[in-house]
Design a protein around this ligand. Structure first.
Ligand SMILES: Nc1ncnc2c1ncn2[C@@H]1O[C@H](COP(=O)(O)OP(=O)(O)OP(=O)(O)O)[C@@H](O)[C@H]1O
Length: 316
């Protein structure tokens, strides 16, 4: 059964403003096909959560889909808002319009907005995929993630990229993904290693010294297109956690390349965990990121698990 109505949530700030053009193109296509929709525009940071809450609280239609136009952060906030309501099972369609768009890449949705729209319009039933869920005990915080939660290097990259002028320039040139690369190079030599304690699903503890990159991930991609966890999949009900040590910068880069090639398991400096329930702790103050949004700097005490989310797009 096709969707009867689309609640569009649109973040005009995503992709440093590129989302505006994408929204108008989507709107034109829906109008041309006489598809019913209404649009809610995110007016400030965090507004997307409130918009999704309103939809989930007041929708009375059986055949409605929430269609998010924005980046990974906007998608995250849409799901977060819906999950605060009785209608958390409203399916979510998505048009990638951010800088990194790792979610689309990670689940097999086209990064081309109009092709993604075609996948949304072709759907006839909700598609159930995993999303991650985290609880952070030191700040009594919890939430969901569609991509990953990271501590250390990638969180420092996110912090640098969020405030970067180069990101805005590159987004204007439709090269937004490259901004993560530049922020990565800039951050690489200033991020320090730290100790992390991880617990596998059975509660077995491991202390890992000299950690540099720590990531719990829902699918293979991070950093605007780096396929660093080839074995992660959003359909197995499990999360993948990786901790990469930093013996020296050359060795770290080598390990990263081996990870991307799917050949890092033989190296003792790369620690993989897979499970339904994983935990980690840091003792030093470290930056964190969640779906490309800064979590701030703190000593983390994180618990991860997965849940499922109904989406509305067709995969090949
Ligand atoms: N009107 C607005 N003005 C400024 N920021 C906004 C507005 N609406 C939402 N936001 C903020 O925009 C951020 C989300 O950006 P999003 O991640 O969707 O795009 P992006 O950063 O360009 O893409 P990506 O995460 O794919 O790199 C969130 O922090 C959200 O709170």
């Amino acid at each position: 059964m096709a969707a009867g109505f689309y609640y569009i949530i649109f973040n005009p700030a995503a992709g440093s403003g590129n989302a505006v053009k994408i929204y108008h193109a989507v709107k034109a296509e829906l109008d041309a096909r006489q598809i019913a929709y209404e649009t809610r525009v995110s007016r400030y940071a965090g507004h997307t959560i409130q918009l999704a809450r309103q939809i989930g609280s007041f929708n009375e239609r059986q055949d409605a889909v929430v269609l998010t136009i924005g980046g990974d952060g906007t998608l995250n906030q849409t799901i977060t808002g819906l999950r605060m309501t009785p209608q958390s099972d409203l399916p979510v369609g998505y048009i990638p319009a951010g800088s990194g768009n790792d979610f689309a890449r990670g689940v097999g949705l086209s990064e081309d907005p109009m092709k993604a729209l075609a996948q949304v319009l072709a759907a006839e039933a909700p598609l159930t995929l995993d999303i991650g869920r985290y609880t952070e005990h030191t700040h009594h915080e919890n939430g969901y993630f569609v991509n990953n939660v990271g501590i250390g290097f990638d969180a420092a990259v996110v912090a640098s990229n969020t405030h970067s002028r180069i990101k805005r320039i590159l987004n204007r040139l439709y090269l937004g993904k490259l901004s993560y690369f530049f922020s990565g190079v800039k951050t690489f030599f200033t991020t320090k290693t730290f100790d992390v304690v991880v617990y596998d699903q059975a509660g077995k503890m491991e202390l890992i010294p000299r950690a540099f990159l720590v990531d719990a991930t829902n699918h293979p991609y991070f950093g605007g297109g780096i396929r660093f966890m080839p074995k992660a999949t959003p359909t197995d009900g499990l999360l993948d956690l990786v901790v990469v040590e930093h013996p020296n910068w050359l060795a770290f880069l080598f390990l990263l390349v081996q990870m991307i090639r799917g050949k890092a398991e033989q190296y003792p400096q790369v620690h993989y965990l897979k499970g339904k329930h994983l935990r980690l702790e840091t003792t030093a103050l470290e930056p964190g990121q969640m779906d490309g949004e800064e979590m701030g700097t703190r000593a983390f005490e994180l618990e991860f698990t997965t849940t499922t989310q109904p989406f509305w797009f067709k995969l090949d």
